[in-house]
Design a protein around this ligand. Structure first.
Ligand SMILES: *Cc1c(COP(=O)(O)O)cnc(C)c1O
Length: 357
């Protein structure tokens, strides 16, 4: 018996509408990594029906897979253009976010080959130092108009490096640099905030917000109440219950030992399902509203919980590994990671059920 992963499409649409209503600009949806592991193809049409007109992926392949599902939307690829791919981008009506002078040269060559002007979205570097045009490169670009020949810069974007920490000085620094750099491209739309950036106040508004994680229920305001609706529920049936005396251990290496006579529930979920091994002796699940501790090693396909405190728990009953009472952020905290990694790790063996569409 495998676990059920329920993904609430109505909650995702509600989260998008909530974010979209929170600012005057347009709101995109980031669907990279298969929509943060939840199934981009299932979510894209639901988001489009909610009113989303711009979708972002990391890779061209991800964008191509979405194109038939989003016939009228703009789809852009955050990781930029790869060599020899410009014609493929064009054939599928996908925009690369140009992040280097080399990207720009390739896109310019494509415009020349087609004999027509092409729209261009530029990634401006403001502190992340991963992708984007640095200030000196922007100087170069603006000094020599031939570099943008045949390109119409429609949008400039940058990415915040610490938006989930409102007090971090990087936020104001990046915003100021972004506005200064964006002013070099008059007429271009601006795009600044990710999920957390949308909660940094009106100064961080732009023409196109780019939320990902918040759509999927991850708290964009860590340390404060989560303004987003819960999206995923992961329910695993109890396979067996073992009654063990005090002094006996559980699982590989007996990393947990019973201090009292205990009831141990085993579920068929393990680290091969993205239920991280580091949760060993750290994690919790919910049974009937009560948190129950994970005991012993998480193994590849099995994990054990101490259900001594919930005598009603029986084989076949469901333990809730992720849900409204124990969400992605709570599980992430127990696993020493963030909600993004919890979602993108969700395994392929779960029975996926999409609800609310
Ligand atoms: C992933 C990503 C986003 C979305 O970030 P969230 O924190 O998930 O909202 C936005 N912009 C860029 C450039 C990204 O890489």
């Amino acid at each position: 018996m495998t676990a059920n992963l329920e993904i609430d499409l109505a909650a995702i649409a509600a989260n998008w509408r909530f974010l979209d209503a929170s600012h005057p600009g347009e709101t995109a949806a980031v669907l990279k990594a298969d929509g943060y592991g939840l199934g981009a193809a299932r979510m894209a049409p639901v988001l489009a029906a909610a009113g989303c007109r711009t979708f972002l992926t990391a890779h061209l392949d991800e964008a191509i897979a979405l194109r038939p599902l989003l016939p009228h939307a703009a789809i852009a690829v955050l990781n930029g253009l790869y060599p020899h791919a410009a014609a493929d981008f064009r054939a599928h009506g996908v925009l690369p976010v140009l992040g280097s002078l080399h990207d720009i040269a390739l896109w310019r060559a494509q415009a020349r080959a087609e004999g027509q002007a092409l729209p261009a979205w530029l990634h401006l570097e403001t502190g992340m130092h991963r992708l984007g045009l640095a200030e000196a490169e922007i100087d170069q670009l603006c000094a020599d108009s031939s570099q943008l020949a045949g390109l119409r810069v429609d949008l400039v974007m940058t990415h915040l490096l610490a938006a989930e920490f409102p007090a971090d000085a990087a936020n104001a620094r990046q915003r100021a640099l972004f506005h200064a750099l964006a002013a070099r491209f008059p007429g271009a739309r601006t795009s600044l905030a990710n999920s957390s950036g949308m909660f940094l106040g009106p100064a961080f508004q732009s023409d196109l917000a780019r939320p990902g994680a918040a759509l999927y229920g991850v708290n964009p305001t860590p340390g404060r109440a989560n303004p987003m609706r819960n999206v995923v529920r992961l329910l695993a049936p109890i396979l067996q219950i073992h009654e063990i005396p005090a002094g006996e251990g559980v699982g590989y290496g007996w990393l947990w030992r019973a201090e009292r006579p205990s009831r141990i529930a085993t579920i068929g979920v393990g680290y091969a399902d993205g239920y991280h091994r580091i949760l060993t002796n750290q994690g919790h699940a919910i049974f009937d509203g009560t948190p129950i501790p994970l005991v012993g090693r998480v193994s590849m396909d099995l994990t054990t919980f101490d259900v001594t405190g919930v005598p009603a728990a029986s084989p076949g009953d469901m333990l809730c590994l992720l849900g409204p009472l124990h969400g992605v952020d709570a599980l992430a905290a127990e696993a020493g990671t963030n909600g993004y990694e919890i979602l993108t790790s969700l395994g392929r063996r779960y029975q996926r059920h999409y609800t609310g569409a």
